[in-house]
Design a protein around this ligand. Sequence first.
Ligand code: ASP
Length: 592
Amino acid sequence: MTYRTEHCGDFNESQIGTDAIASGWTARRRDHGGLVFIDLRDRSGMVQLVIDPEHAPAALDVAQAIRVESVIRATGKIVARAPETVNTNLSTGAIEILVDTLEELAPSDPLPFQLDDEGVDEALRIRHRALDLRRDVMRETQYVRTMTTRLIRRYLEDRGFWELETPILTKSTPEGARDFVVPARLEPGSVYALPQSPQLFKQLFMMGGYERYYQIARCFRDEAQRADRQLEFTQLDLEMSFVTRDEILELTEGLYCALWQEILGIELPRPFLRITHAEAMLRFGSDKPDLRYGLEISDVSELVANSGFSVFKGAVEKGGAVRALACPGAAALSRRELDELAEFAKEWGGQGLAYLLLDPSGEVRSPIAKFLSEEELAGIIAATGAQPGDAVFLAADSAAVVVRVLGALRPHLAARYELADPKAWSMLFVVDFPLFGYDENEGRWVAEHHMFTAPRAEDEDRIESDPGSVLSEAYDFVVNGSEIASGSLRINRPDLQERVFRTVGFSDEEAEDRFGFLLRALRFGAPPHGGIAPGIDRTVMLLVGTESIRDVIAFPKIAGGFDPLTDAPSPATAEQWRDLGLVVPPPKKQDA
Ligand code: ASP
């Protein structure tokens, strides 16, 4: 027996008059005065079956008993559709299969939801994922995913990369999140950690002399889930030896141009912008600025240092900053909307938000205008480039707070006024990140990227004396305001690695205990090396245009790390706990 002479979507006019066999799912069935029509679907598309009772009475009985989504097999002949029934939206819309025999291969129960219903609860869709995956949008997304990884492999293989594997049961590879741990049955009291990334192993490949490595790698981070985060996710992890930062950025740029070209048919303008971290923070208040719109921040601290407005003067006197941005069309905001924006600023740690509204006539309306001189007003307007009809928003505080407030306000206003061109792509690299950041809670320096990132050579001698001033060889790739990839050149000398460990608070014993395997490898000649790791899930999100990472992962988890499909995580049995040498915790109380 054959299941098909052609996939459903591939039948065509050239086959008219020939015998056909097709198998797939019953997408729809319609009774039309004696004739029954079935839309038969498989991965490739859809073909219409016609069952004529005069021609095939037995097939009619089968057709009438069939439920939607049942799997069937039909034999028959390809015939041309009557001109008025040709469907130009369908690749097979000019023909249909006149059925001789129809067979139900596997019946479907009544469906828990209709596939074309947009309003179905997501947990229910995931619970019945096998059904949900049959929706066109899901299939198209998974196809984009497969095209993406296929193209990545081709692109990297062409450039001499080897696809190599790294362990899943391993020791902590910190990327700043909590580790998932797996209790070791054979070593009671000990655990393996699941990798937060293959970071240290890819570095070991470089030390092993393999020059160019990549992996489509699953990573695990035990952290709160958000719309763009999952406990496990996939990244393209790559590493190169004897390489400069710019070579890595160019490779990444070339890869994204190829993806956009091949999958979306879009030619991205090159080169992608490169901007330093310091400049990004100053001009956009963010290390992942979205440049599809303006709303650029200007520093007006000097202009208002001696202002009659004490809030401005005070902020500057205390070593803080006054910065401003102009929002097109926002002069028409109501009092209530302005109050809401002030509240928004407070949520981000500001004290409020000062504003100037530029009437279309050019007149300035503002509660603070009377405290500002003509020069100050004109200076602020000139600095921000505000036009009649615009509003200028100003924040005055410590520089860190001002950056945070205006950095949050920018995307907020862009969304409110739909300032981003939906067809535009903002692709850029942020470079020269600080090596360390100070963690107030922990009272110590922490690595901004990760502890294996190299400092810029010219900053190396300040690691101990002024860690906050040391810039690194780390970079991010940012698309439309989201961080899509991070990477860096790495430390390749043990003494330098030890200094960084000490600066983030490890004693030499702790460093040896946690990262002895890395230090050991570094002592036998490590090449200069570096790499990057673009998120595959996030890249596919951009390519298909969704905001939810769960749309691009075939089997995702929902809030709380719960998987509605398998009901994982599920309680371990007493026996499992015993085998692991662990104490059985009391069962968690069911929520009321
Ligand atoms: N391991 C880093 C990450 O997962 C990327 C890199 O430095 O290559 O973000």
